[in-house]
Design a protein. Structure first.
Length: 287
């Protein structure tokens, strides 16, 4: 993403009432509280989560409206920096503030200021040392495919329309090869800056929903893991689509993983089909 490195630096230097949110993690500075936001959004009109110079972002909107709400400069720390066009039902962000507004009321106050395509689902006080990216978590994503003859306008923004018929049983048969710990270098962008491409997938399933009144079906690829590389879920979805077309056999997934070569896997599926469903933090079960 353009401006990503600058935005990342800005994120890590995020301030609330003039101090760094990251620096406050674990310090328990007197008078300062860490507020957690569970955030849902339609990513269609945004250049992703992370603040950028060339367009509106989810993070940018939250920073602006929180700063206006509390009358002080505030910058959130987000758990998942979703790409342009990607949606979320439960992305997690935190910010630090000296304001005394009850944590559970922040969602109401902030939602009254946010545009209709961003809504806080829950706000609560988090431990001062909680960091949404540095704390081990379990994330779940879902990729939606509308598999039918013609598009449905009502689903054009949150599903990938795919006309050719997909063999869902083949797609399901490919899923077990991804379970467990693997090097997913074949399934991430060549531009990834991750220190390691090893990740653990806890579950991966392909779900099919027939549309008897409309014809065709919805296909949902749902995956849960301990973390995902840049474009990993979209490449995984694009590869499973190719399995459904017969371009790969299900058992081909084993050598594709072993290749550790982006060229071995399928294409990157479009962003609009992807939604971050949510995340859980085993160390903080009450969050």
């Amino acid at each position: 993403m353009s401006g990503a490195s600058g935005a990342a630096a800005g994120l890590e230097m995020g301030t609330a009432v003039g101090n760094s949110a990251d620096a406050a993690a674990g310090t328990g500075t007197d008078g300062r509280r860490r507020i957690l936001l569970v955030t849902a959004y339609d990513g269609t009109n945004y250049c992703g989560w992370q603040v950028q110079k060339n367009g509106e972002t989810i993070e940018g909107v939250l920073n602006r409206e929180l700063s206006r709400l509390f009358g002080a400069e505030i910058a959130v720390i987000g758990a998942s920096r979703t790409d342009s066009g990607v949606h979320a039902l439960g992305n997690v962000a935190v910010f630090d503030t000296e304001a005394r507004m009850p944590a559970d009321k922040v969602a109401y106050a902030l939602n009254s200021r946010l545009p209709g395509d961003i809504r806080i689902q829950r706000s609560l006080e988090a431990p001062p040392d909680f960091h949404p990216r540095r704390t081990a978590c379990v994330k779940t994503y879902e990729y939606r495919i509308l598999n039918r003859e013609f598009e449905l306008p009502s689903e054009r923004l949150n599903s990938y329309f795919f006309r050719r018929e997909l063999n869902v049983e083949r797609m399901k048969a490919a899923c077990p090869y991804f379970l467990g710990e693997h090097d997913f270098k074949s399934f991430c962008s060549i531009h990834t800056q991750a220190e390691t491409t090893v990740r653990t997938i806890y579950s991966l399933e392909v779900l099919e929903e027939e549309l008897p009144d409309l014809g065709g079906r919805r296909i949902r690829i749902r995956v849960t893991g301990n973390g995902f590389l840049y474009n990993m879920v979209r490449i995984l979805a694009g590869t499973l689509i190719q399995v459904g077309l017969g371009a790969y056999a299900p058992e081909d997934m084993e050598p594709v993983l072993a290749a550790c070569d982006r060229q071995a896997a399928g294409p990157t599926a479009p962003a609009q089909g992807l939604t971050l469903i949510g995340m859980k933090y085993p160390e903080y079960p009450l969050l």
